[in-house]
Design a protein around this ligand. Sequence first.
Ligand code: SAH
Length: 278
Amino acid sequence: MAVISRYQNDVADYWNAERNPVNLRLGDVSGTYHHHYGIGEVDGSVLEVADERARDEAMIAEMHRLENAQADLLLDHLGDIEPHHRLLDAGSGRGGTSLMANERFGCRVDGVSISAKQVDFANEQAARRGVSDKVRFHLANMLDTGLEAGAFQAIWNNESTMYVDLHDLFAAHSRLLARGGRYVTITGCYNDVYGLPSKAVSTINAHYVCGIHSRSEYFRAMAANRLTPISVVDLTAATLPYWELRAQSSLVTGIEDAFLEAYRGGSFHYLLIAADRV
Ligand code: SAH
C-alpha cells in the first residue's frame, strides 16, 4: 500500500481490531457482512416475541434486513450498469455491498480498504461464493489506489467518506471514473443550518476516530471535481427506526444515544448523494 498518514494508520488499527457483534451477528444471518446502518420501517412484531432469546434473534434478523435495504438503495442509484462495466467500492469493509453489486449486475467489482483484516475477510467471502474472479478486495488507500484512470463506470462510498478529506477523495474518484460515470455516497453529515458539529456529532467522531463533514462540504468538493449531483435523498427519517430498534437490542455498542440525539435534534443528517462525472 502507498504511504498512509499516521491518522490513517490509527483508522486501520481500529478496523483491524473491530469485532463488534452488531456487525458480525447481523452478517451471520445471511452471510453478507456490512459495517453500515439500516433504513426503512421496522416490523414491530419482532419486539413482541415472548421468549427473550428468540426475540433477540428476531431483532438481529430485522436489523440485518434494514442494513441490506440500505445497500440496495445505494445500488439503485448507480444508473444503468452492464456486465462489462467495472465498479469500485471505496472503503469496502467486510465486502457486503460489493458482493451484492456483483450479484445484481454480474460485473467486476473492486473494493479497497486500509484494513488488512477486512480485505482478507472480504476476499474469503468472495471465494466462498465462487466470485473471486469478479470481486476483488485490495489493501489500498482510497485516495491513492493506483487503479486505472477512467476505468470505472461507478464508484461508491458507503459510510466511508468521514475518514478522508473530501477534496482529495473526489479528485481521486474523478480520475478513476469514466466520463458519464456515476458516483454515489450514503453518509452522515452535519447540518450547516445547525452550525458546527454538535456535542452528539462530536461524540460520534470521537467514537469512530472520524471527522464527519458538513452537508455543504460534499457539494463544494463535488463541484470542484467535475461531479454534478443528480439525486440527493434525505434518509434521516428512514434511519431512525433502525437506531430505535438497535438501542433496544442486546448488541448496543454505546453510540446509539448519540445518533438518536443528533438526528432528532437536527444537527445531523443521513444523506444519499448521487452525482455524474461530467
Ligand atoms: N462500506 C463498508 C464499510 C464502511 S466502514 C460497508 O458499508 O459495510 C468504513 C470503511 O472505510 C472501513 O472499511 C475502513 O477500513 C475504510 N477506510 C477508512 N479510511 C480509508 C482509506 N483512506 N482508504 C480506504 N479505506 C478506508
